[in-house]
Design a protein around this ligand. Structure first.
Ligand SMILES: [Zn+2]
Length: 453
Protein backbone atom coordinates (compact mmCIF):
# COMPACT_ATOMS: atom_id res chain seq x y z
CA UNK A 1 0.00 0.00 0.00
CA UNK A 2 1.40 3.37 -0.94
CA UNK A 3 1.28 6.11 1.71
CA UNK A 4 -1.36 8.82 1.63
CA UNK A 5 -0.51 11.98 -0.30
CA UNK A 6 0.77 14.88 1.77
CA UNK A 7 0.08 18.60 1.58
CA UNK A 8 2.73 20.61 3.43
CA UNK A 9 1.68 24.22 3.94
CA UNK A 10 4.24 26.75 5.06
CA UNK A 11 2.22 29.36 6.92
CA UNK A 12 4.89 32.03 7.05
CA UNK A 13 5.24 33.73 10.44
CA UNK A 14 2.10 32.21 12.02
CA UNK A 15 3.00 32.92 15.64
CA UNK A 16 2.16 30.33 18.30
CA UNK A 17 -0.52 32.52 19.88
CA UNK A 18 -2.38 33.57 16.70
CA UNK A 19 -5.07 30.84 16.77
CA UNK A 20 -8.25 32.44 18.02
CA UNK A 21 -11.87 31.23 17.92
CA UNK A 22 -13.10 34.51 16.43
CA UNK A 23 -10.43 35.46 13.89
CA UNK A 24 -9.13 32.05 12.89
CA UNK A 25 -11.82 29.41 13.51
CA UNK A 26 -10.09 26.85 11.28
CA UNK A 27 -6.70 27.12 12.99
CA UNK A 28 -8.41 27.08 16.38
CA UNK A 29 -10.59 24.07 15.61
CA UNK A 30 -7.87 22.13 13.80
CA UNK A 31 -6.03 21.87 17.09
CA UNK A 32 -8.81 19.53 18.27
CA UNK A 33 -8.85 17.38 15.14
CA UNK A 34 -5.33 16.04 14.87
CA UNK A 35 -1.80 16.71 16.04
CA UNK A 36 -1.40 20.19 17.50
CA UNK A 37 2.04 21.30 18.63
CA UNK A 38 1.52 24.57 20.48
CA UNK A 39 5.01 25.96 19.98
CA UNK A 40 7.44 25.35 17.15
CA UNK A 41 10.94 26.68 17.61
CA UNK A 42 12.94 27.75 14.56
CA UNK A 43 16.72 28.01 14.50
CA UNK A 44 18.54 31.33 14.76
CA UNK A 45 18.89 32.55 11.22
CA UNK A 46 17.03 33.39 8.07
CA UNK A 47 16.88 30.14 6.07
CA UNK A 48 13.67 28.60 7.40
CA UNK A 49 12.84 26.78 4.18
CA UNK A 50 16.17 24.96 4.28
CA UNK A 51 15.60 24.00 7.92
CA UNK A 52 12.09 22.83 7.20
CA UNK A 53 12.96 20.69 4.18
CA UNK A 54 16.34 19.26 5.25
CA UNK A 55 15.87 18.72 9.00
CA UNK A 56 19.34 20.19 9.63
CA UNK A 57 20.07 23.35 11.63
CA UNK A 58 22.09 26.29 10.33
CA UNK A 59 25.14 25.49 12.45
CA UNK A 60 25.57 22.21 10.53
CA UNK A 61 24.05 23.02 7.13
CA UNK A 62 25.82 26.39 6.87
CA UNK A 63 22.57 27.89 5.55
CA UNK A 64 22.19 30.92 7.80
CA UNK A 65 21.43 34.17 5.96
CA UNK A 66 19.54 34.56 2.69
CA UNK A 67 22.45 36.39 1.09
CA UNK A 68 26.13 35.68 1.57
CA UNK A 69 29.47 37.04 0.41
CA UNK A 70 31.09 35.02 -2.35
CA UNK A 71 34.69 35.77 -3.25
CA UNK A 72 34.24 34.31 -6.71
CA UNK A 73 30.69 35.59 -7.27
CA UNK A 74 29.97 36.72 -10.79
CA UNK A 75 27.27 38.81 -12.34
CA UNK A 76 26.23 38.70 -15.97
CA UNK A 77 27.58 41.30 -18.44
CA UNK A 78 24.02 42.63 -18.72
CA UNK A 79 23.78 43.20 -14.96
CA UNK A 80 27.27 44.76 -14.95
CA UNK A 81 26.04 47.25 -17.54
CA UNK A 82 22.87 47.91 -15.54
CA UNK A 83 25.01 48.55 -12.44
CA UNK A 84 27.12 51.09 -14.36
CA UNK A 85 23.92 52.92 -15.34
CA UNK A 86 22.05 52.61 -12.04
CA UNK A 87 24.83 53.31 -9.54
CA UNK A 88 25.21 57.04 -10.29
CA UNK A 89 21.40 57.48 -10.22
CA UNK A 90 21.27 55.74 -6.89
CA UNK A 91 24.12 57.70 -5.37
CA UNK A 92 23.36 61.16 -6.69
CA UNK A 93 19.80 61.17 -8.12
CA UNK A 94 16.57 61.98 -6.30
CA UNK A 95 13.94 59.41 -5.29
CA UNK A 96 12.50 59.14 -8.82
CA UNK A 97 15.82 58.52 -10.56
CA UNK A 98 16.85 56.18 -7.81
CA UNK A 99 13.73 54.09 -8.34
CA UNK A 100 14.37 54.07 -12.12
CA UNK A 101 17.81 52.64 -11.42
CA UNK A 102 16.48 50.07 -8.96
CA UNK A 103 13.77 49.00 -11.39
CA UNK A 104 16.37 48.46 -14.13
CA UNK A 105 18.58 46.42 -11.78
CA UNK A 106 15.62 44.33 -10.63
CA UNK A 107 14.51 43.44 -14.15
CA UNK A 108 17.98 42.71 -15.51
CA UNK A 109 18.92 40.60 -12.47
CA UNK A 110 15.76 38.50 -12.74
CA UNK A 111 16.10 38.03 -16.47
CA UNK A 112 19.83 37.37 -16.85
CA UNK A 113 21.03 36.33 -13.41
CA UNK A 114 17.86 34.72 -12.06
CA UNK A 115 18.27 36.47 -8.76
CA UNK A 116 16.78 39.25 -6.65
CA UNK A 117 18.61 42.50 -5.92
CA UNK A 118 16.44 43.63 -2.95
CA UNK A 119 17.84 46.98 -1.72
CA UNK A 120 21.50 46.00 -2.03
CA UNK A 121 23.43 49.02 -3.36
CA UNK A 122 24.26 48.65 -7.04
CA UNK A 123 28.01 48.76 -6.55
CA UNK A 124 27.88 46.00 -3.91
CA UNK A 125 25.74 43.60 -5.91
CA UNK A 126 28.62 41.64 -7.42
CA UNK A 127 29.85 40.57 -3.98
CA UNK A 128 26.68 39.00 -2.67
CA UNK A 129 24.68 36.02 -3.79
CA UNK A 130 21.81 33.93 -2.47
CA UNK A 131 22.57 30.98 -0.20
CA UNK A 132 19.48 28.77 0.33
CA UNK A 133 17.51 30.34 -2.51
CA UNK A 134 20.21 29.99 -5.16
CA UNK A 135 18.41 27.19 -6.98
CA UNK A 136 14.98 25.79 -7.60
CA UNK A 137 14.21 23.79 -4.51
CA UNK A 138 13.30 20.76 -6.62
CA UNK A 139 16.63 20.60 -8.42
CA UNK A 140 18.81 17.76 -7.11
CA UNK A 141 20.62 18.70 -3.88
CA UNK A 142 19.40 22.28 -4.16
CA UNK A 143 20.40 22.91 -0.52
CA UNK A 144 23.73 21.09 -0.81
CA UNK A 145 22.38 18.38 1.53
CA UNK A 146 19.45 16.01 0.94
CA UNK A 147 16.01 17.55 1.28
CA UNK A 148 12.57 16.02 1.42
CA UNK A 149 12.28 16.68 -2.32
CA UNK A 150 15.51 14.75 -2.99
CA UNK A 151 14.25 11.73 -1.04
CA UNK A 152 10.97 11.74 -2.90
CA UNK A 153 12.62 12.04 -6.31
CA UNK A 154 14.96 9.16 -5.58
CA UNK A 155 12.02 7.02 -4.51
CA UNK A 156 10.28 7.79 -7.81
CA UNK A 157 7.59 9.91 -6.14
CA UNK A 158 5.94 13.00 -7.54
CA UNK A 159 6.08 16.47 -6.01
CA UNK A 160 4.18 19.63 -6.92
CA UNK A 161 5.80 22.95 -5.95
CA UNK A 162 3.65 25.22 -8.12
CA UNK A 163 2.03 26.81 -5.04
CA UNK A 164 5.33 27.25 -3.22
CA UNK A 165 8.09 29.88 -3.34
CA UNK A 166 11.05 29.49 -5.60
CA UNK A 167 14.50 31.07 -5.41
CA UNK A 168 13.40 33.13 -2.43
CA UNK A 169 10.80 34.82 -4.55
CA UNK A 170 7.06 34.90 -3.97
CA UNK A 171 5.10 35.25 -7.18
CA UNK A 172 1.55 36.55 -6.93
CA UNK A 173 -0.79 36.70 -3.95
CA UNK A 174 -1.78 33.87 -1.60
CA UNK A 175 -5.17 33.65 -3.31
CA UNK A 176 -3.51 32.46 -6.55
CA UNK A 177 -1.70 29.69 -4.73
CA UNK A 178 -4.88 28.61 -2.95
CA UNK A 179 -6.73 28.41 -6.27
CA UNK A 180 -3.95 26.28 -7.64
CA UNK A 181 -4.26 23.93 -4.67
CA UNK A 182 -8.03 23.71 -5.15
CA UNK A 183 -7.56 22.93 -8.83
CA UNK A 184 -5.08 20.19 -7.97
CA UNK A 185 -7.39 18.71 -5.36
CA UNK A 186 -10.51 18.93 -7.52
CA UNK A 187 -8.85 17.54 -10.65
CA UNK A 188 -9.28 14.02 -11.94
CA UNK A 189 -5.59 13.14 -11.68
CA UNK A 190 -4.31 11.37 -8.59
CA UNK A 191 -2.85 13.82 -6.08
CA UNK A 192 0.94 14.28 -6.15
CA UNK A 193 2.70 12.37 -3.38
CA UNK A 194 3.88 15.68 -1.95
CA UNK A 195 2.41 19.13 -2.54
CA UNK A 196 4.30 22.08 -1.12
CA UNK A 197 2.37 25.29 -0.53
CA UNK A 198 3.18 28.72 0.79
CA UNK A 199 0.91 31.33 2.38
CA UNK A 200 2.80 34.55 3.02
CA UNK A 201 0.19 37.14 3.95
CA UNK A 202 0.65 36.76 7.71
CA UNK A 203 4.37 37.45 7.41
CA UNK A 204 3.79 40.54 5.29
CA UNK A 205 1.09 41.85 7.66
CA UNK A 206 3.17 41.05 10.75
CA UNK A 207 6.07 43.10 9.38
CA UNK A 208 3.88 45.92 8.22
CA UNK A 209 1.53 46.36 11.16
CA UNK A 210 3.23 44.47 13.98
CA UNK A 211 1.98 41.25 15.59
CA UNK A 212 -0.53 42.84 17.94
CA UNK A 213 -2.15 45.30 15.49
CA UNK A 214 -5.63 45.19 13.97
CA UNK A 215 -4.07 44.89 10.49
CA UNK A 216 -2.62 41.59 11.57
CA UNK A 217 -6.02 40.33 12.75
CA UNK A 218 -7.51 41.19 9.35
CA UNK A 219 -4.76 39.22 7.64
CA UNK A 220 -5.35 36.35 10.07
CA UNK A 221 -9.05 36.21 9.16
CA UNK A 222 -8.28 36.11 5.41
CA UNK A 223 -5.42 33.64 5.81
CA UNK A 224 -7.53 31.32 7.96
CA UNK A 225 -10.20 31.13 5.26
CA UNK A 226 -7.57 30.33 2.62
CA UNK A 227 -5.93 27.78 4.85
CA UNK A 228 -9.29 26.11 5.48
CA UNK A 229 -10.09 25.93 1.75
CA UNK A 230 -6.68 24.44 0.92
CA UNK A 231 -6.59 21.94 3.74
CA UNK A 232 -10.20 20.76 3.34
CA UNK A 233 -9.77 20.23 -0.41
CA UNK A 234 -6.86 17.86 0.27
CA UNK A 235 -8.36 16.22 3.37
CA UNK A 236 -11.47 15.40 1.33
CA UNK A 237 -9.25 13.38 -0.99
CA UNK A 238 -7.73 11.39 1.84
CA UNK A 239 -4.48 13.34 2.09
CA UNK A 240 -2.56 14.22 5.22
CA UNK A 241 -1.98 17.92 5.80
CA UNK A 242 0.90 19.45 7.73
CA UNK A 243 0.60 23.15 8.56
CA UNK A 244 3.85 24.77 9.66
CA UNK A 245 3.95 28.21 11.28
CA UNK A 246 7.73 28.43 10.82
CA UNK A 247 8.49 31.27 13.25
CA UNK A 248 6.85 34.09 15.15
CA UNK A 249 6.95 37.87 14.95
CA UNK A 250 8.12 40.40 17.49
CA UNK A 251 7.02 43.99 17.85
CA UNK A 252 9.77 46.47 16.91
CA UNK A 253 10.43 48.70 19.90
CA UNK A 254 13.26 50.84 18.56
CA UNK A 255 15.64 51.21 15.63
CA UNK A 256 19.37 51.23 15.22
CA UNK A 257 21.51 52.12 12.23
CA UNK A 258 24.68 50.02 12.05
CA UNK A 259 25.35 51.18 8.46
CA UNK A 260 25.77 54.73 9.77
CA UNK A 261 28.23 53.46 12.39
CA UNK A 262 30.07 51.60 9.61
CA UNK A 263 30.27 54.71 7.42
CA UNK A 264 31.62 56.72 10.37
CA UNK A 265 34.17 54.00 11.15
CA UNK A 266 35.39 54.04 7.54
CA UNK A 267 35.70 57.82 7.63
CA UNK A 268 37.70 57.65 10.85
CA UNK A 269 40.09 55.24 9.13
CA UNK A 270 40.23 57.37 5.95
CA UNK A 271 38.76 54.44 4.05
CA UNK A 272 36.07 54.53 1.41
CA UNK A 273 33.10 52.44 2.56
CA UNK A 274 32.72 49.65 0.00
CA UNK A 275 36.40 49.66 -0.97
CA UNK A 276 38.65 48.69 1.98
CA UNK A 277 35.66 47.29 3.85
CA UNK A 278 32.07 46.49 3.04
CA UNK A 279 28.93 45.57 4.91
CA UNK A 280 25.62 43.80 4.47
CA UNK A 281 22.73 44.64 6.71
CA UNK A 282 19.76 42.36 7.34
CA UNK A 283 16.99 43.61 9.60
CA UNK A 284 18.53 41.95 12.66
CA UNK A 285 22.11 41.19 11.67
CA UNK A 286 24.84 43.37 10.21
CA UNK A 287 27.92 41.76 8.74
CA UNK A 288 31.26 43.37 7.91
CA UNK A 289 34.19 42.33 5.74
CA UNK A 290 37.64 43.75 5.04
CA UNK A 291 39.55 43.36 1.80
CA UNK A 292 42.89 42.87 3.61
CA UNK A 293 42.82 40.57 6.61
CA UNK A 294 45.32 42.81 8.41
CA UNK A 295 42.75 45.64 8.46
CA UNK A 296 40.29 43.71 10.59
CA UNK A 297 41.47 44.81 14.08
CA UNK A 298 41.32 48.48 13.06
CA UNK A 299 37.78 48.13 11.74
CA UNK A 300 36.73 46.18 14.78
CA UNK A 301 38.05 48.83 17.14
CA UNK A 302 36.28 51.64 15.28
CA UNK A 303 33.01 49.72 15.17
CA UNK A 304 33.34 48.79 18.82
CA UNK A 305 33.37 52.50 19.64
CA UNK A 306 30.32 53.28 17.51
CA UNK A 307 27.92 50.34 17.20
CA UNK A 308 26.75 50.37 20.85
CA UNK A 309 25.61 53.95 20.31
CA UNK A 310 24.05 53.61 16.86
CA UNK A 311 20.48 54.11 18.03
CA UNK A 312 18.12 55.38 15.32
CA UNK A 313 15.34 57.92 15.54
CA UNK A 314 13.45 56.18 18.33
CA UNK A 315 14.86 57.09 21.74
CA UNK A 316 15.64 54.09 23.94
CA UNK A 317 14.37 55.82 27.10
CA UNK A 318 13.14 53.34 29.68
CA UNK A 319 13.30 50.50 27.19
CA UNK A 320 13.65 47.06 28.75
CA UNK A 321 14.49 44.31 26.28
CA UNK A 322 15.41 40.64 26.66
CA UNK A 323 19.11 39.77 26.62
CA UNK A 324 20.40 39.15 23.07
CA UNK A 325 21.17 35.49 23.77
CA UNK A 326 20.74 33.12 26.68
CA UNK A 327 23.46 33.70 29.28
CA UNK A 328 24.68 36.99 27.80
CA UNK A 329 26.81 39.02 30.22
CA UNK A 330 24.97 41.63 32.28
CA UNK A 331 24.93 44.98 30.48
CA UNK A 332 26.78 47.87 32.00
CA UNK A 333 24.77 50.66 33.59
CA UNK A 334 23.49 53.44 31.36
CA UNK A 335 21.98 53.25 27.89
CA UNK A 336 22.01 49.63 26.71
CA UNK A 337 23.52 48.68 23.38
CA UNK A 338 21.03 47.95 20.56
CA UNK A 339 23.05 44.91 19.52
CA UNK A 340 25.79 42.42 20.30
CA UNK A 341 28.82 40.90 18.64
CA UNK A 342 28.02 37.49 17.21
CA UNK A 343 31.30 35.93 18.33
CA UNK A 344 32.19 32.43 19.57
CA UNK A 345 30.06 32.27 22.70
CA UNK A 346 26.99 34.03 21.30
CA UNK A 347 27.15 31.96 18.09
CA UNK A 348 27.39 28.76 20.13
CA UNK A 349 24.43 29.66 22.37
CA UNK A 350 22.29 30.82 19.47
CA UNK A 351 23.20 28.01 17.08
CA UNK A 352 24.80 30.15 14.36
CA UNK A 353 27.50 28.70 12.10
CA UNK A 354 31.05 29.83 12.88
CA UNK A 355 34.06 30.59 10.71
CA UNK A 356 32.04 30.87 7.50
CA UNK A 357 33.20 33.94 5.61
CA UNK A 358 29.95 34.14 3.65
CA UNK A 359 28.43 35.50 6.88
CA UNK A 360 31.02 38.15 7.62
CA UNK A 361 34.49 38.65 9.04
CA UNK A 362 32.55 40.26 11.85
CA UNK A 363 28.84 40.11 12.62
CA UNK A 364 26.71 42.22 14.90
CA UNK A 365 23.22 41.08 15.84
CA UNK A 366 20.18 43.01 17.03
CA UNK A 367 18.80 42.66 20.53
CA UNK A 368 15.26 41.26 20.47
CA UNK A 369 12.85 44.05 19.54
CA UNK A 370 15.46 46.20 17.80
CA UNK A 371 15.27 46.75 14.07
CA UNK A 372 18.32 47.57 11.96
CA UNK A 373 17.16 50.24 9.53
CA UNK A 374 17.88 51.05 6.80
CA UNK A 375 18.67 47.50 5.73
CA UNK A 376 19.20 45.75 2.38
CA UNK A 377 15.76 44.12 2.22
CA UNK A 378 13.09 46.58 3.34
CA UNK A 379 12.24 49.87 1.69
CA UNK A 380 11.24 51.53 4.94
CA UNK A 381 11.11 50.69 8.65
CA UNK A 382 8.64 47.98 9.64
CA UNK A 383 6.58 47.42 12.80
CA UNK A 384 7.29 43.71 13.31
CA UNK A 385 10.39 41.58 12.83
CA UNK A 386 11.78 38.08 13.45
CA UNK A 387 15.32 36.76 13.41
CA UNK A 388 16.08 37.02 17.14
CA UNK A 389 16.97 34.35 19.69
CA UNK A 390 14.40 31.65 19.13
CA UNK A 391 13.86 30.57 22.73
CA UNK A 392 11.64 33.66 23.13
CA UNK A 393 7.95 32.72 22.76
CA UNK A 394 7.35 35.65 20.37
CA UNK A 395 9.78 34.03 17.94
CA UNK A 396 7.94 30.73 17.87
CA UNK A 397 5.41 29.29 15.46
CA UNK A 398 3.19 26.22 15.61
CA UNK A 399 2.53 22.94 13.87
CA UNK A 400 -0.66 21.11 12.92
CA UNK A 401 -1.04 17.60 11.50
CA UNK A 402 -4.42 16.66 10.04
CA UNK A 403 -5.69 13.64 8.15
CA UNK A 404 -5.71 9.85 8.39
CA UNK A 405 -2.23 9.53 9.92
CA UNK A 406 -2.89 11.98 12.75
CA UNK A 407 -4.95 10.90 15.74
CA UNK A 408 -5.93 13.71 18.11
CA UNK A 409 -2.87 14.62 20.11
CA UNK A 410 -1.56 17.76 21.75
CA UNK A 411 2.08 18.53 22.40
CA UNK A 412 3.74 21.56 23.88
CA UNK A 413 6.79 21.98 21.65
CA UNK A 414 8.79 20.87 18.65
CA UNK A 415 11.45 22.30 16.35
CA UNK A 416 11.28 23.46 12.76
CA UNK A 417 13.84 20.79 11.88
CA UNK A 418 11.33 18.10 12.99
CA UNK A 419 9.16 18.84 9.96
CA UNK A 420 11.40 17.14 7.36
CA UNK A 421 11.73 13.78 9.13
CA UNK A 422 8.03 13.84 10.09
CA UNK A 423 6.95 14.53 6.50
CA UNK A 424 9.38 11.89 5.23
CA UNK A 425 7.89 9.36 7.65
CA UNK A 426 4.38 10.13 6.40
CA UNK A 427 5.57 9.45 2.84
CA UNK A 428 7.27 6.20 3.80
CA UNK A 429 10.72 7.73 3.29
CA UNK A 430 13.67 8.25 5.58
CA UNK A 431 16.73 10.48 5.48
CA UNK A 432 20.08 8.75 4.89
CA UNK A 433 22.24 10.77 7.29
CA UNK A 434 21.89 12.10 10.80
CA UNK A 435 19.44 14.98 11.24
CA UNK A 436 18.94 17.57 13.95
CA UNK A 437 15.19 16.96 13.86
CA UNK A 438 13.16 13.89 14.72
CA UNK A 439 10.04 12.29 13.33
CA UNK A 440 7.23 13.55 15.57
CA UNK A 441 5.27 10.38 14.82
CA UNK A 442 8.32 8.17 15.29
CA UNK A 443 7.64 7.16 18.84
CA UNK A 444 4.01 6.47 18.00
CA UNK A 445 4.90 4.29 14.99
CA UNK A 446 7.40 2.41 17.11
CA UNK A 447 4.83 1.82 19.81
CA UNK A 448 2.43 0.51 17.21
CA UNK A 449 5.07 -1.89 15.90
CA UNK A 450 5.75 -3.16 19.40
CA UNK A 451 2.09 -3.72 20.13
CA UNK A 452 1.56 -5.53 16.85
CA UNK A 453 4.77 -7.52 17.18
ZN1 LIG B 1 9.33 37.70 7.53
Amino acid sequence: MSPDPLLLILLDACRYDYPDPGDSPFLWGAGEEGLYVQRLRPGYGFCEIAEMLTGVEARRSGLFCQMGYFEDAEISPALRLAVALAAPLEERGGPFLRECGRSLLRRVARRFDRREVYQIPARQLHRFGPTEAAREYREPLAFGIPSLLDLLREAGGRADTGAFVTRGRIDGPDEDRVRRLEELANGKEPLPDLTLAYLGNLDAAGHRYGPEAEGLRASLRATDRRLARSARAFLDRGANVLVVGDHGMMRVHARADPLRAFAEACRALSWKAGREAFAFVDSTLCRFWVREAGDLPALEAELEARLPRCWGASPPKGLVLPEPYPGAPEPEAGVPSPGFWLREEAAERLGAPRGDRRYGDLAWGARPGILFAPDYFNLGPVAGMHGYRSDLPEQQGLLLGLGPSFPVERRTSCSLVDVAPTAAGLLGLSFPGELDGRNLRGDRALLFEVVRG
